[in-house]
Every structure is written in C-alpha cells, then in structure tokens.
Design a protein around this ligand. Structure first.
Ligand code: FAD
Length: 501
C-alpha cells in the first residue's frame, strides 16, 4: 500500500497541458507528480527493411512529430516547475515497475478507446487496484464519451452521422482548469530517466535530399495554428466541406489540425468551444455535416462506431462491413504505394503522403477509391495499413472508418460513383502545379530526366490499368458482391467470395 501522496501522470496521447483533466487531477493535492512517457520500442524502433524510412508501425514523419510534441510538452512542464520523465520499454512493464518503485497513490491517464490501449489499460488498472492505487482515467480525447452514446442507443453504435447527431445532442463538458504550477517531481530511485530522444538517437538518419513534413509537432504549434485559423472569422463561419481545393499545398484549404488532435496536442473540446465562440460573433455560419464543427463531429461519429463495433478494423467478422472479393495483388499495391500507377494525380498524392504524411481529405478520397472499388480492386485493409503507417494524423478509428466508407464497405454504398483519376485532379489542378510540385520529374526537361534516370514514358510508367475498363470491371464486381451480401444476409463465407473472384 503506497504511503505518500504522489501521483503518476501517464502520458500517451493527450500531449498537452491545456484542458488536461488527468493532469489536473494528478496535480491536485499531491506532494509530488511523476509525468511519465514510455517510449515503446515496438512503435519507435528503426526498421531498416521498411519500404520507406521509419519503424514497422510508423513512418519517420510521425515519429519526428511525436518527438517534437514530447520536447514541447517537457518544456511546458518545466515552466510549471516539473518535467517529463521518459523511459523506454514495453509500456505495461515499465509502468508497473514505476508504480512499484515510486511514491504513487494516484495513477492518472486519459481514457483511450483504441483496442491497443484498452488491453494495456486493463493491465495497468488491474495492477493498480490490487496495489491499492487510485486510478483516474477521464474521457478527454473526444468531446463525447462513445460509451454514453452507445448506451443511449440501446447498446449499439449509431450507424449514420445524422442518427449520431440526434443521440449526441449538445455536449456538456467543462474545460479543465489551466495549471499555473505543478507539484515537484518525486524521487525516481534507480530508474534511468532519459531526455526526449532525437531521431538520430533513435538510429534514424535524415538525408538532405529527403523532403520532410512541413508540420511541426507540439502543443505550442497546435495552439498557434488554431489561433491562426480562428483569426479569419469569415473563413471559419463559411467553411464548407467538401468544397475546398485538395491540390492547395502552399496554403492548405483546411486547418491541418488533425495531427495535433491525433496526439492530443490540441484538445478537441477546446477546439469545439473556440469554434462555438466564433459562431456567436458572426451573423451566419455553416452547419454540420459541412461546417468545421461538423468535421469535429465526424471524428466523434467514427470514434463511437469504432468503439462499439467488434473487428471494426477488419472485413472478416465485422458486422457492418460488406464482404467483397477484393484481390491481394501486391504488385498493384506496391505501384500505388510507390507512386508508379502512371496516373500523375494519384502518384502525386501518394508522394505527398510519403513526404508530408498529410493530404487533403479529397486527395485521400481519390487514392483510396482508386486502390479499392475504383480501379485496382485491392483490399481496403492493405491501403489502410499504408495510411496507418505513413500519416502523421494516423488515427485508428478515423482511418478505418474512412477506408470502410471509401471502399463502399460500410456507411456509403453508391459504388457507381467513382472518382476519375484524371478529370477529378484536372478540375482542381488544371495547370498541374500540384502534380509538378510532388512529381517534379514531370516538369523536367529531357536533360534533367536523363540525369535523374527517369525518362517519362520509359521510367515514369504507363497507366497500370486503363481507367475506363478497370472501373467498369470494378462496378460489375461490386454489384455481384452486394447482391451476394443481400442474398445471404451478410453471412458470406470465404468459399462464397472465392467463387466471385
Ligand atoms: P479539417 O477539415 O480542418 O477538419 C478538422 C478536424 O475534423 C480534423 O482535424 C479531423 O480531426 C476532423 N475530421 C475532418 N474530416 C474528418 C473525417 N472525414 N472523419 C473524421 N474526422 C474528420 N483523419 C485523421 O485524423 N486520421 C486518419 O488516419 C485519417 N485517415 C483517413 C483515411 C481516408 C481514406 C480518408 C478519406 C480520410 C481520412 N481522414 C483521417 C479524415 C480526413 O481526411 C482528415 O481528418 C482531414 O483531412 C485532416 O485535415 P484537417 O485537420 O485540415 O481537417
């Protein structure tokens, strides 16, 4: 039984000091606070065999974004009289060791709905309870508590945005009190505390010719970006998705706050409240689903469905997912992943993904549709995996939800509506500025092409499929699969799918 009155604040997401109820509770009435972040080698360790720089699970841009966010958090904690304690190892083992060795009476961490954290948190909670340590794990990553919405709906998640809105109603939360100081860090005993590592210390080599994401991690940058977006009240009031140019890369058409929300550098509740404040001061504003508040509610919607749906991230065993005889063509997948489809619009977007880890929503639509039901008929789970690794805003619930949507596996079923990989891009990027920025070889004169050993027509490939033929074939297969799903009431077996291939 712990004797003192120290708290352990376990950071995972929620990398911020503003609106952080777990941190506030950890600080309240405690003689000392241990702000801990555990570097999980499984997530961070260099994978030299990966198809692009990074670890097995995360591309280098997201690892860098995370390290920047941790450094920023450490600096904010220092301003409050504390600091971030960084340890390395399997998170539950490290946590249990710390709870054993340190003076901890309260264990505080933000509630997390991702399956990975649900399993980890169960271990942590069980251990803490048995050791007589109080556990405080508030919902603050989302505006609503997904479990509440599911309960209101009789135990099932709402499957449409509109029904979600009806159930959710107006949120009721109060932002946590801004901290002006924190209790000191307690005695860490024999634990070897690290500084926030650099990419180099983790074994990564940044090559000069590589282009890295222009988006810097951390709470300070999140709040600066938020202020910048909110300063243009007209823009906020008139925001209307899907209007907006997916090819705008110098000044993106949306907020680019997603990576900050993903890591919790920005509180979604604070963002929501700021938007509502802007709305109060303008004559008229757009509404969900197209408004900025509406975008945040899409996030809430996917979090709720993901939390309440077993096997949400798979086709098999997922009740809300149509069973479709996707192919496993690794050659086509590699061509898509490595920008070799021969469709400049698609290839440029995939370069932006590898180099920046962020693309506009409609750009994501284009490439996800192309890979799956639009042209290549490759399994959505394969595309999801690549997004999951490379996006800096990679988010389990939102990424899976959108792949289900784009592949017409769930939520959206109009499989006849296919984005053209040619004319859709041309509509927004008629002069090819976006394409040439991310695929500079397409603007190079022959001498440069020769030097770069990439001759257009020879090294820049011909289209991997012909869109007109491929998209018709995809429509036909989708039609057959939908009919089968209907006939068998969703109980489609492997064998049934094999027959359709
Ligand atoms: P804004 O338009 O400024 O919106 C503000 C916030 O609202 C976003 O930061 C995000 O948190 C939320 N939001 C916006 N659109 C959506 C949406 N469709 N679904 C859920 N939340 C939304 N978004 C992620 O955050 N992580 C992902 O892993 C992810 N994967 C995606 C995969 C596919 C195939 C597609 C089509 C979309 C995916 N999105 C994902 C959703 C969306 O594209 C991004 O959230 C958005 O482009 C981020 O840019 P922004 O912050 O400028 O968005």
């Amino acid at each position: 039984m712990p004797s003192g009155s120290g708290s352990l604040m376990w950071f995972r997401k929620g990398l911020r000091v503003h609106d952080n109820p777990a941190l506030e509770y950890a600080s309240r009435g405690s003689t000392c606070v241990y702000p801990l972040f555990v570097i999980d080698p499984h997530y961070m360790e260099l994978d030299p065999n990966a198809y692009s720089p990074g670890s097995t699970r995360a591309g280098i841009n997201r690892i860098r974004f995370l390290l920047e966010s941790l450094a920023d958090l450490d600096s904010s904690l220092k301003k409050l009289g504390s600091r971030l304690l960084v340890l390395k190892g399997e998170p539950s083992e490290v946590l249990i060791r710390c709870l054993n060795e340190w003076d901890v009476r309260k264990l505080c961490f933000e509630y997390d709905t991702d399956p990975y954290y649900q399993a980890l948190d169960d271990k942590a909670k069980n251990y803490a309870s048995a050791a007589g340590i109080e556990v405080f794990s508030p919902v603050s990553h989302t505006i609503f508590d997904p479990a509440d919405i599911i309960e209101k709906n009789g135990g099932r998640p709402p499957l449409s945005y509109q029904s979600f809105l009806k159930l959710a109603g107006e949120p009721s939360f109060s932002l946590s009190v801004e901290l002006s100081w924190m209790p000191p860090v307690g005695d860490v005993g024999r634990c070897e505390i690290l500084q926030v590592p650099t990419l180099k210390e983790l074994g990564y080599v940044e090559k000069h010719q590589d282009e890295f994401t222009p988006f810097r991690g951390g709470e300070s940058e999140a709040l600066r970006r938020l202020r910048e977006s909110l300063s243009d009240k007209e823009w906020v009031a008139n925001f209307e998705k899907p209007k907006g140019d997916p090819s705008a890369y110098i000044k993106p058409a949306t907020t680019v706050l997603s990576p900050y929300l993903k890591f919790g550098c920005l509180s979604s509740r604070y963002f929501y409240q700021c938007l509502k404040d802007v709305y109060k001061n303008v004559k008229r504003h757009t509404s969900p689903p197209v408004s900025l508040v509406g975008q945040l509610l899409w996030r809430e919607f996917f979090y709720t469905v993901a939390f309440g749906t077993p096997n949400f991230d798979e086709m098999k065993g997922n009740k809300i997912c149509k069973q479709i005889p996707w192919n496993d063509d690794d050659k086509l997948l590699a061509a898509w992943r490595e920008s070799r489809t021969g469709y400049p619009w698609i290839d440029a977007i995939m370069v932006q993904l590898r180099k920046w880890g962020w693309m506009h929503h409609l750009a994501r639509h284009s490439v996800a549709c192309f890979l799956t039901r639009g042209d290549l008929f490759v399994h959505w789970e394969k595309g999801r995996d690549i997004f999951e690794r490379l996006l800096i805003d990679s988010d389990w619930a939102i990424n899976n939800g959108n792949w289900l949507w784009l592949s017409c596996s769930s939520f959206f079923y109009q499989y006849n509506r296919i984005y053209s990989p040619i004319s859709f891009g041309r509509k927004y990027d008629p002069n090819g500025n976006y394409i040439r920025h991310f695929l500079p070889i397409l603007k190079a004169p022959l001498s440069v092409q020769t030097k770069a050993k990439c001759i257009i027509g020879r090294d820049y490939p011909k289209p991997v499929v012909l869109h007109d033929t491929a998209s018709n074939e995809c429509r036909k297969k989708m039609g057959q699969a939908y009919a089968l799903n209907q006939r068998l009431n969703g109980r489609v077996s492997e064998e049934d799918l094999r027959k359709l291939r």
